[in-house]
Design a protein around this ligand. Structure first.
Ligand code: H2U
Ligand code: ZN
Length: 351
């Protein structure tokens, strides 16, 4: 027997987190009689008088949105983190009481409306409008990076991902500590940099460009791959193609434009995969704002979509995933191949 990754179960290691994922490609043929998600692909109006994100409408708490024309950012009316909180008291350094450990983390949570249009999503917006979203991400990173160590930009898209409103929007949180995922990535990138003298993700991008087994799309500045260690069926990683870039504000003007271009192409392919407005959580990871050198970091974005086989069948993270480790059926190479074969023209434009 010789090892064939498309036939035999195996584990792959995520070098960014140190975690392993179980890959079980032989399971792909199993029948599905479980949950089928409802489709939420109804046509929406460009303006919805009941939407709390549309221009001119009133939000919970009574504040009225301005008549904004491109992007609009406001402090979350139900912010999960707050700038001023008293320190936790009554902590013990040792003994059983030290098992009850807590910390206060000052933070700010904001909502970013991507467009005044209630009926659009990022892939359906034109390039100029997507560049404006990129610029807003940059402005927010600069602004919150002055006060906080970590700036987390993210978007939850689709009801399946718990998104509360179809109006195109994302969020940004500034917090004063590294959350779990960036903390793992910080450590792994630091260890690799210490051992190899080059940033982990700079080397990884070069390797994927050489192997070409998991590349989905690329342009002059950016690369999208299904990472070797992907957990979600159609998970992707968006990386600078060659240049070492610490954070979004370090992008040159041309890179902002090419970023908008590759985002539009990637998200269009996602929509085209199952002819649906593709749900996902996405987010940016860049170097933390801390005084010491952050050269081990490389800017990147994760796209984590739940869908597995159709617009209505999702991957569940349950059982073994929750209690053992993450598991997938389709290999990263097979997923990249599916995404690579799709068109850059949105399916809604073809009919
Ligand atoms: P989602 O990205 O998960 O859809 O969250 C949207 C946020 O919008 C959510 O965190 C906030 C919610 O607290 N929100 C407001 O700030 N004001 C409102 O009037 C309603 C929702
Ligand atoms: Zn709206």
């Amino acid at each position: 027997m010789t090892f064939d990754p498309t036939l035999y179960p195996h584990r792959r290691r995520n070098p960014l987190t140190g975690e392993w994922v179980q890959v079980s490609p032989h399971r792909l043929q199993r029948p599905w009689q479980g949950q089928v998600e409802d489709l939420d692909d109804g046509v929406r109006p460009p303006y919805d008088p009941t939407c709390y994100l549309c221009p001119g409408n009133e939000r919970a708490g009574g504040v009225r949105n301005p008549e904004y024309r491109d992007t609009f950012v406001f402090t979350n009316d139900y912010a999960a983190v707050l700038p001023n909180v008293p320190p936790v008291t009554g902590l013990a350094d040792a003994g059983p009481r030290s098992l009850l450990r807590a910390q206060t983390v000052p933070g700010t949570a904001r909502v970013i409306c991507f467009s005044p249009r209630h009926d659009l999503t990022l892939p359906e917006m034109d390039l100029t409008a997507i560049v404006r979203v990129v610029e807003t991400w940059i402005e927010q990173t600069l602004d919150l990076g002055r006060d906080y160590r970590w700036v987390q930009l993210f978007e939850n898209k689709g009801e399946m991902m718990g998104c509360s409103n179809p109006h195109p929007h994302g969020q940004v949180w500034g917090i004063d500590t590294l959350p779990n995922e960036p903390a793992k990535e910080d450590r792994s990138q630091w260890e690799y940099y210490a051992a190899e003298g080059r940033p982990l993700l700079v080397d990884y991008a070069a390797l994927e460009l050489e192997l070409r087994e998991r590349v989905v799309i690329e342009n002059d500045d950016w690369l999208v791959v299904v990472p070797y260690w992907a957990v979600w069926p159609f998970e992707t990683l968006l990386l600078p193609r060659r240049r070492h870039i610490l954070r979004l504000p370090d992008l040159q003007e041309g890179e902002r434009l090419s970023l908008a271009e590759i985002l539009k192409r990637l998200l269009t392919r996602y929509d085209n995969l199952f002819h649906t407005s593709f749900p996902y959580s996405m987010g940016w990871h860049g170097a933390p704002y801390q005084p010491d050198s952050q050269d081990h970091w490389q800017l990147h974005a994760h796209f984590l979509p739940p869908l597995l086989r159709s617009a209505t069948i999702r991957k569940f993270m349950v059982g073994y995933e929750l209690l053992g480790e993450a598991q997938r059926d389709l290999t990263a190479e097979q997923a990249a191949d599916r995404l690579r074969r799709l068109s850059d023209i949105h399916y809604k434009k073809l009919t």
